[in-house]
Design a protein around this ligand. Structure first.
Ligand code: F6R
Length: 597
């Protein structure tokens, strides 16, 4: 979602900020802006659209300190007025903000009563005005006092006219990083914007206030006491973000899946085929005592959770289910110390998933986090973390992170079953051997990607697309449907094949396409009967199976089929969106990291 970039140093701040904001574009945005100070005054520029539009707007603006922002509209339309930075009434404070101030309406009314006038529809303007209202000459103290008034989430970059050589930063439930090099400092909401720039990178935590000056960074708690921080390390493959000759990041990331899955598996499967999760600190007894396993996540990560739940139910013989994080957090879930909650998140910052994890923690459940971004909030807060090693994922629609997450949930289910005694040593070895073969089988599917183009022609000419499947096929159908709808904008949905007759079949006509996933040997014929019902009503069909479908995938054990059947369907989504001229890497209205509810 929104992105923050700040800089103090000898270079032209506007140039550095704009290129940092461009690096953050993948997160999703609709407008951008920046403020640059030259010691005596602060000038701002804002545009609707891409941050590159700021280059023209900042032609006459120079200075060595500044803050910038990409906005994904929450309060107020994407207009120049609503774009950040926002400035307080007298121009004393300039603010960029990620997150939502939930009590902004109440605070706005209070400030209006004091005579403050508001120009925008945003919640952020309240922050700038509140800072001015509370200002007593002590910058750090004023920021601390203002923060105590805000409810919600924020990552903030603040400039104050009385302190022209510094940027103040603070955060609550929204990520923020500072980078320090000789003679310059950086501020960013995503470590990727400063990874190659700052020599030493620091994470700002909730309840901290950072003061950035050209010669370094000082962090304080809200009472003004200095805090010593350790720098964080960034893995080389997390930095790689060029398109590598591909037309889109999404296609590049689809082709990177064998490597992403191999790298992930090698984190916890050793040479002799034993599974050992380094980040898992649950005892054998705690695992054996578990009586329910709940996978909690959003979007594609939730679809991975459905696979995890089916796999745990089958292999561990324990109650297992997947719950959407935004539902979980308000459903008063019954959890106790015999519950394992598995949190799945690529970004490690998804607001609902993070909140769900905190609720589960409070209720005493055991928690495991499956995360792709090492320095993310979930990776930092969760006591038991299993990292996916998909590398940096830039396309908004996830592909390689989804595949890497699947690899983890399979291994987790196998390991939990082994410890619980529901899989013998021999069965465990068979599952592990087949899991290790998954990347090679994905490679086979990727050896001729162009052949899926003809299926995209069928999808493109369809007004409605339904993905059906049973068991693990149903889990993959949900992901395939989301992938196609989010990047091609064709209305799609996924149905458990047996549910088709309970309503959805009324949508089947010659303009509809039904994609049937029939890769579970024991359920294949049942889903094929559903395909016949669709054909009898003139609906178009594409079948995916491991023997005789329109699309044929390599054979594997049933629990691993989602990893294989999803590959051609990711390509179906990609080529359909390509044919329709859609902005594949950044679909409209979507953001890579969903940091608000
Ligand atoms: C879809 C997609 C999203 C994410 C969801 C959760 O292609 O990428 O549905 O899976 O927003 O994001 P994370 O995994 O970062 O929590």
């Amino acid at each position: 979602m929104c992105g923050i970039m700040g800089y103090i140093g000898d270079e032209n701040a506007a140039d550095i900020i704009i290129s940092g904001l461009e690096e953050l574009e993948y997160r999703g945005y609709d407008s951008a802006g920046l403020a640059v100070g030259n010691g005596t005054e602060v000038k701002t520029a804002k545009v609707v659209g891409s941050p590159s539009g700021l280059r023209k707007e900042t032609e006459g603006i120079s200075g060595h300190i500044g803050i910038g922002h990409t906005r994904w509209a929450t309060h107020g339309a994407p207009t120049v007025t609503n774009a950040h930075p926002h400035i307080s009434g007298s121009g004393l404070f300039t603010v960029v903000h990620n997150g939502i101030i939930e009590n902004y309406a109440e605070l706005k009314a209070e400030l209006e009563e004091q005579g403050f006038e508001f120009k925008s529809d945003t919640d952020t303007e309240v922050i700038a005005q509140m800072l001015e209202h509370l200002y007593n000459g002590d910058l750090k103290g004023t920021v601390s006092a203002a923060l105590s008034r805000f409810k919600g989430s924020y990552a903030l970059g603040i400039m104050c006219r009385d302190y022209p050589d510094c940027i103040v930063c603070a955060k609550l439930s929204s990520p923020l990083f500072a980078g320090v090099s000789r003679g310059c400092v950086y501020l960013a909401s995503d470590v990727s914007a400063i990874a190659g720039k700052g020599d030493r990178i620091f994470r700002v935590n909730d309840g901290e206030i950072g003061i950035l000056k050209k010669d370094g960074l000082k962090i304080f708690d809200l009472d003004g006491c200095r805090i010593r921080k350790s720098e964080i390390k960034i893995k080389a493959f997390d930095r790689n973000s060029d398109k590598g000759g591909y037309k889109h990041y999404m296609l590049k990331e689809i082709t990177e899946q064998p490597a992403a899955v191999r790298r992930t598996l090698s984190e916890f499967i050793n040479e002799s085929g034993r599974i050992k999760f380094k980040g898992l600190h649950l005892t054998k007894q705690e695992i054996q005592d578990l009586d329910q396993i709940i996978f909690v996540a959003c979007g594609s990560a939730y679809h991975v959770g459905t696979v995890g739940a089916y796999a745990c139910e089958k292999l561990c013989k324990k109650h297992a289910r997947a719950v959407i994080a935004s539902e979980f957090r308000y459903m008063h879930p019954y959890l106790d110390e015999k519950t394992l909650v598995v949190i799945i998140s690529q970004s490690g910052e998804t607001a609902d998933t993070l909140a769900a994890m905190r609720i589960a923690e409070k209720k005493g459940a055991k928690i495991i986090g499956i995360v792709n971004v090492e320095n993310s909030t979930i990776a930092q807060e969760c006591k038991n973390v299993i990292m996916t090693r998909a590398g940096k994922e830039v396309a908004v629609a996830t592909t390689k992170a989804y595949s890497a997450q699947l690899a983890v949930v399979y291994a987790l289910a196998i390991r939990l079953a082994e410890i619980s005694g529901t899989l013998s040593r021999r069965e465990t070895a068979e599952y592990v051997a087949e899991l290790k073969a998954v990347p090679d089988k994905i490679e086979i599917l990727l050896s001729d990607i162009e052949k899926y183009k003809s299926f995209a022609d069928i999808a493109d000419s369809s007004g409605y697309i339904c993905f059906i499947g049973r068991g693990f096929d149903y889990c993959a159908a949900m992901e395939a449907s989301l992938k196609l709808k989010e990047i091609s904008y064709i209305p799609c949905e996924a149905y458990a094949a047996g549910e088709l007759k309970h309503g959805t079949i009324s949508l089947i006509d010659r303009n509809s396409l039904t994609v049937a996933l029939c890769c579970q040997e024991e359920l294949k014929q049942k889903t094929e009967s559903n395909v016949n019902e669709v054909r009898a009503r003139n609906g178009k069909t594409i079948t995916v199976s491991s023997s005789d479908g329109d699309i044929v995938i390599p054979k594997t054990l049933d629990i691993f089929t989602p990893s294989l059947e999803v590959i051609p369907l990711q390509l179906l989504a990609y080529y359909t969106a390509l044919k329709r001229g859609c902005p594949i890497d950044k679909p409209r209205n979507l953001a890579k990291s969903v940091t608000v509810e």
